[in-house]
Ligand binder design. Structure first.
Ligand code: ADP
Ligand code: MG
Length: 671
């Protein structure tokens, strides 16, 4: 339309111009001029005709365009309607609807209240009510006499090859199976297979694989080394799982066959989904199997424990933890009935959920984290998208305290009133505030000491500040190593989440804040993870740019894997930041981007998409420290710089916690 108008107006102007010429002409005008004018006038007529033609063409185009516009609008609104319909139908047939309904209903044993009753302890005796006796008397269940696998005839046994392949000693294998059968804690299928083995003197390879699975669990696939080290110990540890399965199934009406189907489905989900896995996704995937077996989600929870734990650690670990009462549910664990726990004290800090208070010398030094119940409930209902979740934190902290390590603050208790939940834990002194309060003073003293020392003395000799730091961080590294040994990643390590506790005249570094800590399954030796949690800019580049290749390109960052990252190595990276922060008292960089010069210098341009300009420049953490002046670089030895550089490097080169604990920086602590 604009084009038409524009053209018309230009035409109009040219017509007016010509009219003006004609009007201004006199009869005395030269012939040439008249001829020219005539040609102009004839041109003008033809142009007028052309103009008319053009106008009508424009008119036609305009009408056509209007029509198209109308049609387009109609089409678009139809599509919008269709899309809306689709969304409504998807919403009504929400794939999670059933699962959500269930998980939010009173039926869910973990949702009945914020503090559900603890998992009842399993029966300790092996006695069962006799179904056939007709009497109400309880009879001792006598297991059938197990077949004795005396003759070790492997001739017809295809499975023997598999055993040899795995280098499992046959005698040790049979001995162990016999023990298991005698103890009657084995899956009935294992008994059937053994019976068959005895009578037929053989098992085919399929049956053999099944037997291996039943006696070792999945461990023989992902942890063969430990099985081969001690066949009997490996079997015994899986026997505990079998015992748990047996006991949990007795509490429900689920048959072993149904259980097998459920377990297989859970394994499929867990092994094919990168952590963190969602409980609702599992429940959705399990729907057909649940329908097929007639098992309710309630029963599923009663066997395996809370789905949130199940999806992370897999069916065997989950069932064992639940059976042993170690499971920590989505909601808080049972409220400790300790009405005498105080709730007021000095304000120590703030968490997202409420204030943190120091209770003085109560119980030898305890702090209370106040969690506002309305905030908690918003989180539980999915209204608050905050990454951590106090329920998971309490659960994880209880678990960690139950397995116990001196470098993790002790969980004490959890209580509540109408407004708040009170979460008590051992008190420490947060490292971030320590740096703020004391570093300057230590530097003033060290400066004086250095005056009498030769140049470069600080490169090999720790300042008192660094000596103190080394002690505290040895504990911190041990705490993190312990988490990793238990396949748990902290995922938010920073000075604010570390404390020092005075214990028997020693300063001990400890970890706090397990709000986003995540436990992995036995099969996940490298703790693969996706998603972004923790604190910017402390997180590793591979976590920061996970599934964000475009953003990485914008920040001129290159990493080897944009799909998943190792959560344990991400913890290691964040420790590099904490070391720098404690030693220097400044932030290492503002942005995880090559455009942040400090980032590029500190990481030796190893993440830069264009590292060549840096090839001949001075880079590295020592250079950065020098740029900050004497007060920074002189309180940092070469060993410390080296340790930090082992952590702040690409994932493939980064040191694990075990390796770091062997680093020469810790030599004086170790020896
Ligand atoms: N056990 C503790 N000892 C000393 N201070 C603590 C302790 N726990 C928490 N704090 C203080 O409270 C702050 C917030 O607690 P934290 O558990 O880290 O909550 P958030 O999950 O919100 O980070 C910490 O940074 C620290 O200053
Ligand atoms: Mg914190």
């Amino acid at each position: 339309m604009d084009l038409a108008l524009g053209s018309n107006s230009r035409l109009f102007q040219s017509i007016r111009q010509r009219q003006h010429y004609t009007c201004g002409l006199t009869t005395e005008e030269s012939r040439e001029q008249i001829e020219e004018l005539c040609s102009v006038s004839s041109n003008f007529e033809s142009q007028q005709a052309f103009g008319k033609d053009l106008t009508s063409k424009f008119e036609a185009a305009r009408t056509r365009w209007k029509l198209l516009k109308q049609q387009g609008l109609r089409y678009a609104s139809k599509k919008l309607e269709e899309a809306n319909e689709k969304i409504t139908s998807i919403r009504t047939v929400n794939k999670y609807a059933d699962a959500l309904d269930y998980l939010n209903s009173k039926k869910n044993p973990f949702q009945t209240c914020m503090f559900p009753a603890q998992n009842p302890k399993p029966p300790t005796t092996q006695s069962f009510a006799s179904g056939e006796s007709g009497s109400s008397e309880r009879c001792l269940y006598v297991p059938p006499v197990p077949p004795k696998l005396l003759s070790y005839d492997w001739k017809h046994c295809e499975f023997a090859k598999r055993i040899d392949e795995l280098e499992i000693p046959r005698k040790a294998f049979i001995n162990s199976i016999e023990k298991l059968i005698v103890e009657c804690t084995v899956h009935p299928t294992a008994q059937q297979l053994c019976r068959k083995w005895k009578t037929d003197r053989g098992l085919d390879s399929k049956e053999g694989e099944l037997l291996l699975y039943l006696v070792f669990g999945r461990a023989y696939e992902w942890n063969l080394e430990s099985i081969l080290m001690d066949v009997e110990v490996a079997m015994r540890s899986h026997a505990k799982v079998q015992e748990a399965i047996q006991s949990q199934l007795e509490r429900t009406s689920i048959s072993y066959d149904a259980y097998d189907l459920l377990e297989r489905e859970i394994w499929t989900f867990c092994e094919n989904t990168v952590a963190p896995r969602k409980a609702l996704d599992l429940v959705y995937q399990m729907k057909p199997v649940l329908e097929q077996t007639g098992v309710s989600i309630e029963d599923l929870c009663n066997v395996f424990g809370p789905p949130k734990h199940l999806v992370q650690v897999g069916p065997h670990q989950a069932i064992l933890d639940f059976y042993q009462g170690k499971t920590f549910v989505e909601d808080f664990m049972p409220l400790d009935e300790k009405s005498e726990w105080p709730t007021v004290g000095d304000h120590l800090g703030d968490s997202h959920w409420g204030p943190v208070r120091d209770l003085g010398d109560f119980n030898g030094g305890v702090i209370v984290k106040v969690i506002k119940r309305n905030k908690y409930e918003r989180r539980a209902n999915g209204l608050d998208k905050w990454n951590d979740d106090p329920a998971s934190e309490v659960a994880m902290h209880r678990y960690l305290t139950s397995i116990g390590h001196p470098n993790l603050v002790r969980f004490e208790a959890v209580t509540m009133d109408n407004l708040n939940v009170y979460y008590y834990q051992e008190r420490g002194v947060e490292l971030f505030s320590t740096v703020k309060r004391h570093r300057e003073r230590f530097w003033d003293q060290w400066k004086k000491t250095l005056e009498d020392k030769p140049d470069g003395y600080h490169l090999d000799n720790k300042s008192p500040w660094e000596q103190r730091m080394c002690k505290v961080f040895y504990g911190i590294f041990q705490g993190v190593a312990f988490l990793h040994q238990n396949r748990i990643a902290h995922r938010d390590l920073k000075l604010e989440n570390m404390v020092a506790v005075h214990s028997e005249g020693q300063l001990v570094g400890k970890l706090i804040d397990f709000g986003v800590a995540l436990q992995y399954g036995e099969w996940e030796s490298d703790m693969r993870n996706h998603g972004k949690v923790g604190t910017y800019p402390f997180m590793s580049p591979e976590m920061c740019y996970n599934m964000r290749a475009m953003k990485a390109a914008k920040a001129e960052i290159v990493i080897s894997d944009y799909q998943t990252y190792d959560a344990a190595l991400n913890d290691a990276w964040t420790l590099g930041h904490a070391l720098w922060g404690y030693a220097m008292g400044v932030l290492l960089w503002n942005d995880i981007a090559s455009t942040d010069v400090r980032f590029t210098i500190a990481t030796r341009a190893k993440f830069s998409s264009n590292p060549s300009p840096w090839r001949f420049k001075q880079i590295g953490l020592r250079y950065l420290a020098k740029r900050y002046g004497k007060s920074r670089t002189s309180m940092c030895t070469e060993n410390l710089i080296d340790l930090m550089e082992r952590l702040l490097c690409p994932e493939e080169e980064r040191w694990t916690m075990e390796a770091c604990l062997e680093h020469p920086w810790f030599d004086d602590i170790r020896f």
